[in-house]
Design a protein around this ligand. Structure first.
Ligand code: PBG
Length: 314
């Protein structure tokens, strides 16, 4: 009876798998703070993509981790057509074609030696408008590599409009934009910083949102839609379900939520200690995010959950 009357259901197609690919490694490297998640080699990434397709996952969000010596102040590796992310996009596209929506993180933090999401001005502050020029270039090389969707995640003002223009200019009108619309300055990104080998020293408070604010997200939302966002995202997910709900009721574009590294790590760590039932906790967090109104969920458990959904009577 509960199954019959359930108001919210998870489906494999709701799930998008974020995945890391690291340059210059021959074996996958485990991420300590994210048990079960690795930095992939080019080869194991292809396998993970094929496995995600098999499980019914609908998309993959790719993050590139360049070799340390390739990081510089401008994040050059992020716009190199042979940079690790671009190479990985081509690999995954060759492996799965259009069976998986291939998305790419459009941000500089993985490639800058200072670890910020943009380039810096003479005072060491993130320079919004100079960063936009870099994002325009990134959008073009990622589109040329074959992504279906770019995900600008740097929270620079005007990023969606600039990316849209850059894509249209080179005839990539059909590449969509998943805008990181409400991205909060969160402690829960901690494990991700290990995952991408980030060199960040300070914080991202000058460009990411204050966890105290909800109305501000609605303003970011209006701007992103006006600039051409095709889909919008709230991130993190769990601590911001009210934001997800508000955004979902305000728009008619697809809404995504990103269950981030720290949300993953909390459940895995507590489960490892035997303090919670891992599988129930995972399904409960994801169901909560769906119930709040997110149609798509980025989660590191995507493939596993999709497999379980196909096998079980849910
Ligand atoms: C920025 C980016 C971050 C995440 C996704 N894109 C890190 C940040 O803003 O510091 C975090 C994802 C996660 O924690 O799982 N490129």
């Amino acid at each position: 009876m509960r199954r019959m009357v359930a108001e919210t259901r998870l489906h494999p197609a709701d799930l998008i798998l974020p995945a890391f690919v690291r340059e210059g490694i021959t074996e996958p490297v485990p991420i300590q703070a994210m048990p079960g998640v690795v930095q992939h080699t080019r080869d194991t990434l292809r396998k993970a993509a094929a496995e995600a397709v098999e499980a019914g996952v609908s998309g993959i969000m790719l993050f590139g981790v360049p070799e340390d010596e390739k990081k510089d102040a401008a994040g050059t590796a992020g716009t190199d057509p042979d940079g690790i992310l671009q190479v990985a996009v081509r690999d995954v596209r060759a492996e799965v074609g259009d069976e998986l929506v291939i998305m790419s993180d459009l941000c500089l933090d993985e490639y800058t030696d200072h670890g910020h999401c943009g380039v810096l001005d003479a005072d060491g502050r993130v320079d919004n408008d100079a960063t936009l020029e870099r994002y325009a270039e990134m959008a073009q090389v990622q589109a040329d590599a074959g992504v279906h969707v770019v995900g600008p995640s740097g929270m620079m003002d005007g990023q969606v409009g600039v990316v849209r223009d850059a894509l249209d200019t080179i005839g990539k009108e059909d590449v969509s934009i998943l805008a990181y619309t409400a991205k909060y300055s969160s402690a829960f990104y901690g494990p991700f910083r290990e995952a991408v080998g980030s060199s960040l020293k300070g914080d991202r408070k000058t460009y990411q949102q204050d966890p105290a604010n909800l109305r501000e997200s609605l303003r970011e939302l209006a701007l992103d839609l006006e600039e051409g966002a095709d889909m919008v995202m709230v991130k993190p997910a769990g601590p911001y379900l009210d934001v997800v709900a508000k955004v979902a009721e305000s728009v008619d574009v697809p809404v995504a939520a990103y269950q981030i590294s720290g949300e993953y790590a909390m459940v895995e760590a507590a489960a490892e200690k035997g303090w919670i039932d891992r599988d129930r906790a995972i399904f409960e967090t994801l169901t909560g995010i769906r119930r709040a109104g997110a149609q798509m969920i980025l989660t590191y458990w995507a493939t596993e959950v999709a497999q379980k959904l196909s096998a079980a009577r849910v």
